[in-house]
Design a protein around this ligand. Structure first.
Ligand code: SF4
Length: 195
């Protein structure tokens, strides 16, 4: 099982555990354990003795590998709310057509930043929902390319496909809510701060 290497400040996406499709969130590790335990009890599920490790292992499946110890393969899992937000963004892009995209020059700059970022991770995954969503997103930006495409994967902070999101206008991306404070000072954080 993977373990978080440093817990100060919490994981990049916050303390969150998905149990039976429900996203349980808390401000601290202990508070999350309480919520998870309660949720498992209410659902009649056995509570693992090593609950802390179980929670950490799941969190480690969503964040950069170098923030965790252990060698289990990364396994991106899209949560129900990720799926909802991703679908909303896809619909928005479809409605706006060309107006949903930014000029090529700007997309190249974003792509370079993502390519050099620790939160850009490859996303080989067995998760069928992830593949469907990323396949749909890729379809909408099929004609769009950048010179950095070969180095772009998924942003583990927002679960967005970097190859696609670097082309999309700020007001579309702002609909995919996330916590800007968890981001490095990258192009995407600036979009959230501009609004
Ligand atoms: S969007 Fe920002 S945090 Fe995410 S991979 Fe790109 S540069 Fe990194």
């Amino acid at each position: 099982m993977r373990r978080l290497l440093g817990k100060t400040g919490g994981p990049p996406n916050g303390w969150m555990y998905i149990h039976k499709g429900y996203e349980l969130k808390a401000g601290t590790e202990k508070a999350l354990q309480v919520k998870v335990r309660q949720h498992m009890q209410v659902n009649g599920d056995p509570i693992p003795r090593n609950l802390s490790e179980v929670i950490q292992d799941q969190i480690c499946s969503r964040i950069p590998a170098d923030l965790c110890s252990g060698k289990d393969p990364k396994n991106f899992n899209i949560s129900p709310s990720d799926l909802y937000k991703g679908t909303r963004a896809i619909i928005d892009i479809a409605i706006r057509g060309k107006r949903a995209f930014i000029p090529q020059e700007e997309a190249e700059k974003r792509a370079k930043e993502c390519a050099a970022c620790e939160f850009n991770q490859s996303y080989k995954t067995k998760c069928m929902r992830c593949r469907i969503v990323y396949g749909l997103v890729s379809g909408f930006v099929r004609q769009k390319r950048t010179e950095s495409d070969g180095e772009l994967g998924v942003c583990v902070l927002c679960r967005c496909l970097n190859k696609a999101q670097v082309h999309v206008a700020g007001d579309v991306l702002r609909k995919i809510r996330m916590n800007p404070e968890k981001y490095p000072t990258c192009w995407k954080r600036k979009i959230y701060e501009e609004k």
